[in-house]
Design a protein around this ligand. Structure first.
Ligand code: UD1
Length: 357
């Protein structure tokens, strides 16, 4: 079961590993939480994920409406299919809804990317993570800190498998193709010196004062460095609603980019400014400096072992951090089980009962 853009990136390696297993039938349910071709179809094509077998077409709505639509539509499907496992990914509304529906009718759930915690109960993703992990039967953790979080919450060791980071599987496989794209050239950007921006979290884009301040800061950075900003639909709506686009000055605004182009841009950027979860990990793996505009992160390994730094959403903080944020690219840290083989481990655990402590 997948629903939103970051889920698709995590599904690809698992789908490939399952396809290589004789006798295993893998069906894909897309909830339709993300329905724009730019956020959905392009990802399936590029990542060579089979077309979903079912699309629940839940679309947008408030958290309750979206979650309820997934609950209502996935229950009869799980009743009919009675899978051995329902695999759920990440921390989006579709993840928690599918988990709740499945466990209530006795379908076992495995959560991929379990145990991440920001400790910030104002984030919708944090509610989704906590509930999903407590309900799911098998928890696939990407890092040791995630296992620590689960254990602290009283979850028994036998429900947890340390398989590594599945998103890095996708990155490792796609990197040669992404590099050959040289997307920065199409946008007239100088490799190693431009700033790549992605912002879409409610905490940054749902308050006009904060979003306005971030726009001013980016416009100021743009005076010294080229800044490119692929704009998520949520952020585009807010920029338009509050007439903030003009405050971005000369910043190059583009539509959300497909996976390979995004990876190409991250890889050639001098600095990345983001509030995304996945981008914090991708920059760490590639050794590209990253500023995360959030008070906390559920991915602390990117701070302790990687290139990530947290940043307050103020003009002053952002401009100052950009002035000395460009550093030489560091070699990728050797993070345990971030090795491109996580999808295989997940399938070994599911099909052979392999334990990854
Ligand atoms: C969701 C996830 C977030 C993830 C992000 C990646 C939740 C709570 N949040 O946030 O964890 O980082 O996806 O992109 O599940 N919209 C479109 N077209 C689409 C999808 C959305 O225009 O295909 C617009 C709609 O106006 C919608 C808004 O974006 O109201 C928000 O979409 P939604 O799926 O609710 O959450 P995201 O902000 O995308």
């Amino acid at each position: 079961m997948v629903g939103a853009r970051p889920n698709f990136v995590k599904l690809a390696p698992v789908a490939r590993a399952l396809a290589a297993r004789p006798g295993v039938e893998h069906l894909i349910i897309h909830t339709g939480q993300h329905y724009d071709p730019l956020l959905s179809d392009r990802f399936f094509e590029e990542l060579e994920i089979p077309t979903p077998d079912f699309n629940l077409e839940v679309g947008s709505g408030t958290h309750a409406v979206q979650t309820a639509a997934v609950l209502e539509r996935i229950e009869p499907l799980c009743q009919r299919l009675r899978p051995d496992w329902l695999l759920v990914y990440g921390d989006v509304n579709s993840t928690v809804a599918a988990t709740l529906a499945a466990v209530k009718i006795g379908v076992r759930v495995a959560h991929i990317e379990a145990g991440l915690r920001s400790g910030d109960r104002t984030m919708p993703e944090e509610h989704n993570r906590v509930v999903t992990d407590h309900l799911a039967d098998l928890l696939f953790a990407p890092s040791r800190d995630a296992i620590g979080n689960l254990e602290r919450e009283g979850i028994k060791q036998e429900r947890i498998a340390f398989v590594g980071n599945v998103m890095i599987d996708t990155l490792v496989r796609a990197l040669p193709a992404a590099r050959s794209l040289e997307t920065h050239q199409e946008l007239d950007l100088r490799a190693g010196s431009f700033v790549l921006v992605t912002l879409h979290r409610p905490s940054n884009v749902d308050d006009p004062a904060i979003l306005g301040e971030l726009c001013d800061a980016l416009a100021e950075v743009q005076r010294r460095r080229q800044v490119v900003f692929p704009v998520h639909p949520r952020s585009r709506e807010q920029l338009k609603q509050w007439d903030l686009t003009r405050r971005l000055g000369g910043v190059c605004l583009i539509d959300p980019v497909p996976y390979l182009a995004m990876l190409s841009l991250i890889d050639s950027a001098g600095l990345v400014i983001t509030d995304s979860g996945g981008v914090q990990e991708e920059t760490t793996f590639l050794g590209v400096p990253c500023l995360t505009v959030r008070p906390n992160t559920e991915r602390p390994i990117t701070l302790t072992h990687g290139t990530n730094r947290l940043l307050r959403p103020t003009r002053e903080a952002l401009v100052a951090a950009c002035q000395n944020g460009f550093s030489r690219r560091t070699p990728p840290p050797a993070l345990e089980r971030w090795d491109g083989r996580t999808g295989e481990r997940i399938v070994q655990a599911l099909c052979d009962g392999a334990q990854f402590d």
